[in-house]
Structure formats: structure tokens, C-alpha cells
Design a protein around this ligand. Structure first.
Ligand SMILES: *Cc1c(COP(=O)(O)O)cnc(C)c1O
Length: 384
């Protein structure tokens, strides 16, 4: 076996696509210790700086004092605690939907939702740049899986028109995770409704970041449940904790409880994590200065990047990719930045299409303006 596996590993290394992990010796923050060396952290999804927030850590400890470490079973057996129930109610209110349901991860939520809603006779239409978990959910459902052109409502409409599937599910990222741009949700909701389809939005990178109260793209664009009946959010990014949720109608949530295999056949999140997420939700809604700070850091970064001629993408969100295009060069630049004390994401195929390698720079409300300026200097000096 190992000989066969080694062949594929060697090939991956030759293609400059080999991936390696770093060991952090500190909590997630704007500056972290990596393998014993201090690094400016520009690659976490901790957009609001809540992953290391002391009050949320305290809530986690209090939750552990009350509930212990593990939930002990799945939600449908004996793993569903009052802490889970309360967080679900708070998330329903936060999203303006009748109900919300917790999943153990966003990956599982997406797999579980799409496969519970669709079967062989159905159609799932996905943006070409959707997150892997959405594509995998589509494959698992065995529905006809088609990928429409990125953020292209005309292509979407043509595919909806051409189909006579019983159920038609349109699925999109809210903020695209590797590009940072947004889909034209209002227009997409209109065409989807015209063709009796259902629209599902995975706003993993929008919740906490977009909208006046952090309610994500749905709040920012004021989209109703009729426009977006299926809403997915994750708790491991701006919330700074762990887990995910689906928000929607009573019938949707009950359907997931009855039929979603990745909901049914897995251990419920530790209740203490739900207690921590409730604490995070309060802070996230109340402290709008974190979103305001992010907006100002994003424009400072973009302005500075323009001045030194970086190849930015059309993103106004804290996800700011710098296009390098040569997949090998991405790795070299990444290592040079690392040596200067800057950690950014080196994104290569198969995460993005071949030849579209990029640095994925993620800004956080806890970065300082000085850190942004230093990052720009470093990017210029390594010839990004
Ligand atoms: C991160 C992410 C997920 C997965 O969420 P996890 O809770 O980390 O499993 C799903 N969808 C999108 C768009 C993501 O960026």
C-alpha cells in the first residue's frame, strides 16, 4: 500500500502542491507564535478577533463546569442540552427566521442539508466557485449536479428554465471564500422563485462581518425568507467558536431533524461550546466597532496595495486575495513572507482552478493600521 501512496505523494510534491501544517503555540490572534517564532497572522477566519476573547473563554469554562466536556450522544438520543436549545433560539432571532438548527460543523451542515432535500430526480445548481462542502453535498444527494458560471444570473436562469426536475435547489456561497466577492443574491432569488426553485445561501464568511448587526449578507441586502428559504452559517469563523447552523422555516428544520444524516448520526457539539457561542453572539451584535474597524482596514489595505501595484480581486470584504497566477511562485512568495514574519494563505489548486494561485490575505478587526502597512511593505519587498 505505502508504495502506491508514496507515488501519488511524490507527484503532488513535484507539482508544488504539497501541503504542510504549522504548529501554533498560542491562541488565534493578530500575532501568533508559530513553531516558536512570532508571526503576524493574516490567514485566519477570525474576522472579529473573537477566537481569543477572554469573556467567551470564560463562558466556555462556565459551560464546562455546568455540562462537563462532552454531550455524550447525538441530538436525537440524549445529546441535546438546554444550552443547544437556547443557542438555536438566539440564532433564529438573529437571522430573523422561525427556527435554527445546530450542526457540528459547516461541512456537515452542507452535506446534510443538500442530501436531505434532494434525491435522484432532482436538480442542484451550484456556482462554479462554491465551497467544497457544498459540492460534496450535491454529489452525495445523487441529484443532477450542474455548476453555473460564477455569480452569473443569466446562466443560472437558463439552466433553471431547461430543467423539469421535481425539486430545483440553487446553492451559493454568501461571501466567496477564496475570492471575497459576493453573488447577486437579489436577482438570483427572483429567477429562482420564477422557476419554483429554492435558494440556499452559505454565508460562512458573511455572518458577523456584514450587515449592521453582523447578520451577514442577508441582513445587508434585507433578504426575506421567501427570497432565501435556506440559510447556513458557521460558528468557527467570525464567531470565534465552533459549529454551524441552518436557519429557515419550521418545515425545513423538522425535515432536517428527520432526514439529515449528518445531523442524526453524529455526536452533538459539547454544550459548553454552545454556551460560548451564545456569549460570542452577544458580543458580535453589540460591538459594531469591530465591523467598522474592519471596513477601514480593508480600505487602507486596498489603497496601499493599489499604490504598489498588487493584483487585487474585486472584493470589499476582509478576504483580500492577491493574484500571483503562477502556482509555484505562490509557494516561494509565501515562504519569503513567512521568513519576514507574515503568515498569509497560499492558495493553489485544487482549491482554486489551475494557474489561478493566489495569496489569500484575511484581515481582522484586531489588526493594527501599522500591521497593515508593514504587510504591504513586505509584499512589495518580495515582489508580489
Ligand atoms: C469554512 C466553510 C465551511 C465549513 O465550515 P466548518 O464549520 O469549518 O466545517 C462551509 N462553507 C464555507 C463557504 C466555508 O468557508
Amino acid at each position: 500500500m505505502d508504495l502506491t501512496l508514496q507515488g501519488a505523494l511524490d507527484e503532488r510534491r513535484q507539482q508544488h502542491l504539497y501541503r504542510q501544517r504549522s504548529n501554533l503555540n498560542s491562541r488565534c490572534a493578530a500575532t501568533v507564535m508559530v513553531d516558536g517564532k512570532s508571526q503576524h497572522n493574516f490567514c485566519s477566519n477570525d474576522y472579529l478577533g473573537l477566537a481569543g476573547h477572554p469573556d467567551i473563554a470564560k463562558a466556555l469554562q462556565q459551560g464546562a463546569d455546568e455540562y462537563g466536556t462532552g454531550s455524550g450522544a447525538s441530538h436525537l438520543i440524549s445529546g441535546h442540552s438546554q444550552a443547544h436549545e437556547q443557542l438555536e433560539q438566539e440564532l433564529a432571532e438573529f437571522t430573523g427566521r422561525p427556527r435554527a438548527l445546530l450542526f457540528s460543523t459547516g461541512y456537515m451542515a452542507n452535506m446534510g442539508v443538500i442530501s436531505a432535500l434532494l434525491g435522484r430526480r432532482d436538480l442542484v445548481l451550484q456556482d462554479r466557485l462554491n465551497h467544497a462542502s457544498l459540492l460534496d453535498g450535491g454529489l452525495l444527494s445523487r441529484a443532477d449536479l450542474q455548476r453555473y458560471k460564477h455569480a452569473n444570473t443569466d446562466d443560472l436562469a437558463a439552466r433553471l428554465r431547461a430543467s423539469n426536475a421535481e425539486r430545483k435547489l440553487v446553492v451559493t456561497d454568501g461571501v466567496f471564500s477564496m475570492d471575497g466577492d459576493l453573488p447577486p443574491l437579489e436577482a438570483m432569488a427572483t429567477v429562482t422563485n420564477q422557476h419554483q426553485g429554492w435558494l440556499m445561501v452559505d454565508d460562512a464568511h458573511g455572518f458577523g462581518v456584514l450587515g449592521k448587526n453582523g447578520g451577514g449578507l442577508i441582513e445587508a441586502l434585507d433578504l426575506s425568507i421567501d427570497q432565501v428559504p435556506i440559510l447556513v452559517g458557521t460558528l468557527g469563523k467570525a464567531f470565534g467558536t465552533f459549529g454551524a447552523f441552518v436557519a429557515g422555516s419550521e418545515a425545513l428544520i423538522e425535515t432536517l431533524i428527520q432526514f439529515s444524516r449528518s445531523y442524526i448520526y453524529t455526536t452533538a457539539l459539547p454544550p459548553a461550546v454552545a454556551v460560548a457561542s451564545s456569549a460570542s453572539l452577544k458580543i458580535l451584535q453589540a460591538e459594531s466597532w469591530r465591523r467598522e474597524k474592519l471596513v477601514s482596514l480593508v480600505s487602507r489595505f486596498r489603497l496601499g496595495a493599489e499604490q504598489i501595484g498588487l493584483d487585487l480581486m474585486d472584493s470589499q470584504t476582509p478576504i483580500q486575495p492577491v493574484q500571483i497566477n503562477n502556482d509555484q511562485r505562490v509557494m516561494e512568495i509565501n515562504q519569503q513572507l513567512r521568513a519576514k514574519g507574515f503568515m498569509v494563505g497560499a492558495i493553489r489548486p485544487p482549491t482554486v482552478p489551475k494557474g489561478s494561485g493566489r495569496l489569500r490575505i484575511c484581515l481582522s478587526a484586531t489588526h493594527t493600521e501599522q500591521q497593515i502597512d508593514q504587510l504591504l511593505e513586505a509584499l512589495e519587498s518580495v515582489g508580489a
